[in-house]
Design a protein around this ligand. Structure first.
Ligand code: ZN
Length: 309
């Protein structure tokens, strides 16, 4: 069993309006904006990173906000639900907070854990979960959300698939997860290399529509490794399994590989290094617009076209 995948690194999704997206994740959910940059392939659109104070892997959700893009379909071949860990006793606070924003939420229980499900303004399916195991991660604190309620970071991600088989093999044989529980069409995979953000759920659904990427849908999920050496070892395993995978890509804040797992979900593997403090100090993370070197000479043009937050 491989022991080098340290749970989730980040989750990346697509939104419509940048201002609404920024407001929801920072003000309503109370996450810290840890990086404000642009889409490396399209510098006229933002790339937002929201997470905890330190920008820790396992807490980072990133968005490509495309103004005016239509709604996508959360369906088969996608990460359809993103689950955050919150403290015991915090649901009343969150229900009321969401309701003030006109967002309805519903409670359920999945594998013995309490879950509060709701959608973000674009229809992205989010869950707040009270984990069975105590989550000791330090949350980012805002004026309106105290530590007894604040989001800790990811708990899990749920993939919706026609069949769990081939994807399960990738999770177990390549990424070192093991099947912990199964109930009906729901499977829970977990890695014990780390205590948090270490769960992937799979829902098998024969009838769900095929997913379509646009606003309110996940683009990819990224698994976390310690450094570049480990990244390349994982790459070898993916190649050996007969799957195609990109070369190592420099994402400024981490190094990445991308491959599509057989169930259709885009997987990334990303390094801890260099992290979000590589180009601005911890105290001011996310406050300035950061541009990759190749776009720095276009700064004034880019700033002029990016939507105001
Ligand atoms: Zn990514």
């Amino acid at each position: 069993m491989h022991k080098d995948i340290l749970g989730l690194h980040h989750v990346t999704a697509i939104s419509n309006n940048a201002k609404k997206n920024h407001q929801f994740y920072t003000e309503v959910l109370g996450l810290r904006m840890v990086k404000k940059t642009v889409n490396f392939d399209d510098p006229s659109t933002y790339h937002f990173y929201f997470g905890d104070e330190q920008g820790s892997p396992g807490s980072i959700i990133t968005f490509f906000p495309w103004e005016g893009i239509g709604k996508g379909i959360n369906g088969v071949g996608m990460a359809t639900h993103t689950g955050y860990s919150v403290p015991e006793g915090s649901f009343e606070f969150w229900k009321e907070r969401l309701s003030k924003e006109g967002i309805t939420s519903s409670e359920s229980e999945i594998f013995g854990e309490k879950v509060l499900s709701f959608n973000d303004p674009d229809g992205m399916q989010l869950q707040l979960i009270i984990p069975n195991k105590i989550d000791s991660r330090e949350p980012w604190i805002t004026n309106s959300i105290s530590p007894e309620f604040a989001i800790r970071g990811f708990h899990n991600v749920t993939l919706t698939l026609r069949s769990a088989d081939a994807t399960s093999k990738v999770l177990t044989d390549i990424l070192g997860y093991s099947l912990k529980e199964q109930k009906g069409n729901r499977y829970r995979f977990e890695t014990d290399t780390i205590d948090t953000a270490n769960i992937i759920d799979i829902i098998e659904d024969e009838n769900a529509p095929v997913g379509r990427n646009a606003a309110g849908t996940n683009h990819h999920i990224a698994f976390r490794v310690k450094n570049d050496d480990v990244l390349m070892e994982v790459r070898e395993r993916v190649v050996a399994a007969g799957l195609s995978i990109t070369p190592k890509i420099d994402r400024d804040y981490f190094f990445s590989l991308y491959f599509r797992e057989p169930g259709g979900v885009l997987f990334e593997v990303a390094t801890n290094n260099p992290g979000f403090t590589v180009d601005e100090p911890l105290e001011s993370l996310g406050s300035a617009l950061k541009l990759p070197t190749q776009y720095e000479n276009m700064r004034s043009k880019i700033e002029a076209v990016l939507p105001k937050l």
